[in-house]
Design a binder for this molecule. Structure first.
Ligand code: PLP
Length: 387
């Protein structure tokens, strides 16, 4: 049977494929050190689990409104005010199947055939694929290690055309861990205002910041409220990856368009999972601080080891839980590097290529210290063998 042409236009997620391969190797008895998944290794905080269990006991097991439980939309609006200083009414928010489907729904609601979407590289690998699925044209803007892998206002200005529809911002970034400073955000906002640009800001790593790095949501900058969409979720900050709860906030007309689309493709997010999400937002945030403390320690250990390896440079990440070392001096493509590392040394990492930079590879340090130490020993041996 002939598949639709769009299937051939997108690439399956390499992150999911490598993670699956590493899991299969583990299942066959191999000792694999896995740094591939963008997934905290902590259990979901018990009070969040308890809230979902209570919801199930109370019969919150039925269909709900496609845009989300009213109590969760209210909690999201409250969070955006409390943490980001942005005032949204609950109807300006929508609960989605993870941050991923918030972005997909938004692309489907905004993009018409041939519309251009600006994506600074390195980027989270699903952005261009979502743009393509929606019929749009990704406009990839390469950044450099020197600029901290951040797009400059001049670069942004230079790629805007009459077909430009949207700019995708992601700070803290997956894969680089880089965080735009408030001044840098304001400078990008200035260009967006002057050029009448709509911005989607993926803030899913907003709570994972190091060394005093500061997160400013671009939607909070004066003049940006009407032209910004904020995307966030529970997976990373609350270790709720499998719960599939995320959200989008922005102008009501756009949110309600996303809700109409969602109503036809997924209906509501799992009802009792949403009650867990309410507890995550409304109850103690100590769990977030505890996970951050662990990430902080792991980041230092991994960064120090990686930087000691000959031929590798690695900028210091200010957020998220990834390192994105540069391996261009080692003479392998990122795919060759990661394949050999997995097959010869049983260390799972992700090549930079699908993130828009073949000079790098990505390691997640959202795993225990022992695995990090063992994995770094193996990586060291592999890198030495390449010299
Ligand atoms: C930058 C970024 N945005 C969005 C997501 C989607 O997260 P989820 O759909 O699990 O909420 C991820 C997950 O890896 C991510 O790294």
């Amino acid at each position: 049977m002939k598949l639709a042409a769009r299937v051939g236009q997108v690439t399956p997620s390499i992150t999911l494929a490598i993670t699956a391969k590493a899991k299969a190797m583990k299942a066959s008895g191999m000792d694999v050190c896995s740094f591939s998944a963008g997934e905290p290794d902590f259990p979901t905080p018990p009070h969040v689990v308890a809230a979902a269990q209570r919801a199930m006991d109370e019969g919150k097991t039925r269909y709900g409104p496609a845009a989300g439980e009213p109590a969760l939309r209210e909690a999201i609006a409250h969070k955006l005010q409390r943490d980001n200083g942005i005032t949204y009414a609950p109807q300006q928010t929508i609960v989605t199947n993870g941050g991923k489907h918030a972005l997909y729904g938004l692309m489907m609601a905004l993009i018409e055939a041939g519309d251009e979407v600006i994506i600074p590289a390195p980027y989270w690998l699903s952005y261009p694929e979502m743009v393509i699925l929606a019929g749009g044209q990704p406009v990839i803007v390469p950044t450099t290690e020197e600029s901290g892998y951040k797009i400059t206002p001049e670069q942004l200005r230079s790629v805007i055309t009459p077909r430009t529809k949207l700019l995708v911002m992601n700070s803290p970034s997956n894969p680089t861990g880089k965080v735009y400073t408030p001044d840098e955000i304001r400078a990008i906002a200035q260009v967006a205002i002057e050029t009448d640009l709509v911005v989607v800001s993926d803030e899913i790593y907003e709570k994972i910041l190091y060394d005093g790095a500061e997160h400013l949501s671009i939607a909070a900058v004066e003049g940006m409220y009407e032209r910004s969409l904020v995307c966030n979720g529970f997976a990373k900050a609350y270790s709720m990856t499998g719960w599939r709860v995320g959200y989008l906030a922005g102008p009501e007309a756009i949110i309600s368009a996303v809700a109409t689309i969602q109503g036809h493709c997924t209906s509501n997010v799992c009802t009792f999972a949403q009650y867990g999400a309410i507890a995550a937002l409304n109850e103690s945030q100590d769990c977030v601080a505890e996970m951050l403390a662990a990430f902080t320690q792991r980041r230092s250990v991994m960064l120090e080891r990686i930087r000691s390896m000959p031929g590798i440079t690695c900028p210091e990440p200010e957020g998220a839980f990834y390192l994105f070392p540069n391996i261009s001096r080692l003479g392998l493509t990122s795919v060759e590097f990661c394949q050999r590392l997995l097959e010869e040394f049983q260390v799972a990492t992700i090549p930079g290529l699908p993130f828009g930079s073949d000079a790098n590879f990505r390691l997640s340090y959202a795993t225990d210290l022992d695995t990090i130490l063992r994995g770094m020993d193996r990586l060291d041996k592999f890198v030495s063998s390449l010299q």
